[in-house]
Write a new protein. Structure first.
Lengths: 335, 152
């Protein structure tokens, strides 16, 4: 039976061609995907344009690496959904990193950062890659000295933090303030959520119904950012313990990684925490039946028996999660 | 032992005892009120929402209970309530400026926020608070070193 689809705002979404919603196939409203108007900034690091401007300059400045050769943008390229297009990136020394570069999109709404969520704040997270010997390999105290010696940085720091000399703390606050401005900005899907029925096509709408219904993606990829911010073992092969490797971790979280946003997903190949899947087709095949079965596998992961057409529809939907183009001006690096 | 030496020895014993008593106080030896005990048990069980509620009850009952304020700060941090965590650590340290758990937790909170300079300053306060060394100082010192080296 084909259920009538009531896609007006606030009306429950039923699922075309799918059985009645069960606990595993939640009923979802289109309203649940309405994006917020503005990114939140925490009380301990209130937004100011000067602080975000300083953070943006720092983000693109290769001085943040020990050898002054790579910047944050080396791995987080705005053109590639703030990733780098590699399965695993390379640190300053040319050594492959342990995990795939995660996107920076929409981190303003994040609660725990990194694939295993080991850091609770963005301010704490931004310093890690800079100081880590395998990544940017920069001594943080030396960095402060280096930036203090650059005349062009003085007005930027003065505007962001009046009356205080540059410090590690300020670098952290400024980078985090900038990264909270990195949002996808919305696109066709958001216009459809807003009531424009012509914003997306029939295949995409069918894909959405699969996402919230038969395919069950919405159980983890929920809300406007398509992420629950939680950690799940989705059956990617490999020995990486994920969140289960943290001190005092719940053994059930072995191989569990944070649900990434699906925003701009078509720009962000390859996929998964290890970059092992090179296309959206491979991702859908993984969830359909190619996942690894093991005791820690999330209960939500089960064979989907998707038809070829359903897979195409699901992928069509994922592709329209690409935001409208918006230009990002690259800053001049102070001298 | 002549009388002079005995007096000097006695003085040293007294000062060491006094220092020890202060250190004990700053490590938390307040009354084990039931609300605090329940809050601590919930925190150890990672039930931070319950811990928060019980510890709020504890400080309402006994507003000078430094252990409860300090643990409430820790629990708030675990719940992602960073601004509250700062408020509760400040309260604990306003009651006992050398309360070691609160200084340790505060240092960790600064590290979590990428505020390494402030964490180092807090480590200095902790150093002053535990003249003869203490586990809280060792713990925060290791965390500051790890944070600065990007072991995240």
């Amino acid at each position: 039976m084909i259920r009538a689809l009531a896609f007006s705002l606030g009306v429950l979404v039923a699922v075309a061609g799918a059985p009645a919603p069960t606990a595993a196939e939640p009923t979802v409203t289109r309203e649940a995907f309405r994006r917020p108007d503005a990114a939140p900034h925490p009380g301990y690091n209130p937004y100011s344009p000067a602080k975000a401007r300083l953070g943006k300059v720092l983000f693109f400045d290769p001085r943040l690496s020990g050898s002054n050769t790579i910047s944050c943008a080396h791995c987080h390229n705005p053109e590639l959904g703030w990733e780098d297009g590699l399965a695993r990136s390379f640190g300053e020394a040319g050594e492959a990193l342990a995990r795939h570069t995660p996107t920076l999109l929409n981190l303003a709404w994040g609660r725990r950062f990194g694939w295993d969520g080991r850091i609770a704040t963005l301010e704490g997270f931004v310093l890690g890659p800079i100081a880590n010997a395998h990544e940017m390999n920069q001594d943080l105290d030396a960095l402060v000295g280096e930036l203090r010696a650059v005349a062009g940085y003085r007005p930027l720091f003065d505007a962001a933090f009046p009356g205080e000399p540059p410090s590690i703390d300020q670098i952290s606050l400024a980078l985090a303030a900038f990264e909270r401005t990195v949002t996808d900005g919305g696109g066709p899907f958001d216009r459809w959520v807003g009531g424009d029925e012509t914003a997306i096509g029939a295949a995409e709408k069918a894909g959405f119904r699969l996402l919230v219904g038969k395919a069950g993606c919405v159980q983890c990829h929920k809300g406007w950012n398509f992420s629950d911010g939680e950690f799940h073992d989705i059956g990617v092969a490999g020995a990486d313990p994920g969140r289960g490797g943290l001190d005092g971790a719940d053994p059930k979280l072995r191989h569990a990684f944070k649900t990434p946003t699906l925003r701009d997903i078509s720009k962000r190949a390859p996929y998964m925490h290890d970059g092992s899947l090179d296309s959206l087709e491979a991702v859908v095949d993984h969830y359909d039946k190619k996942f690894v079965r093991r005791p820690t596998l999330a209960a939500e992961i089960r064979p989907l028996s998707l038809s070829a057409q359903e897979k195409l529809n699901l992928i069509a939907f994922l592709r329209i999660l690409t935001a409208d183009e918006k230009s990002l001006s690259l800053p001049l690096i102070p001298q | 032992m002549n009388l002079g030496k005995a007096i000097i020895a006695g003085f040293f014993v007294w000062t060491l005892s006094a220092a020890g008593a202060q250190a004990m106080s700053s490590a938390g030896t307040g009354p084990m009120i039931p609300e605090f005990k329940e809050g601590m048990a919930a925190s150890e069980g990672k039930d931070f929402a319950t811990a928060e509620a019980r510890l709020k009850a504890a400080v309402e009952k006994l507003p000078t209970h430094v252990e409860s304020w300090s643990l409430l700060g820790y629990v708030s941090r675990q719940l992602g309530k960073i601004d509250d965590a700062f408020k509760y650590y400040d309260k604990a340290l306003s009651i006992d400026k050398e309360f070691r758990p609160a200084l340790n937790y505060l240092g960790h909170l600064y590290l979590e926020l990428g505020q390494i300079d402030k964490a180092r300053a807090t480590l200095g306060r902790l150093d002053d608070a535990c003249f003869f060394g203490c586990p809280e100082y060792d713990d925060l010192k290791a965390a500051v070193a790890a944070g600065k080296s990007g072991k995240y």
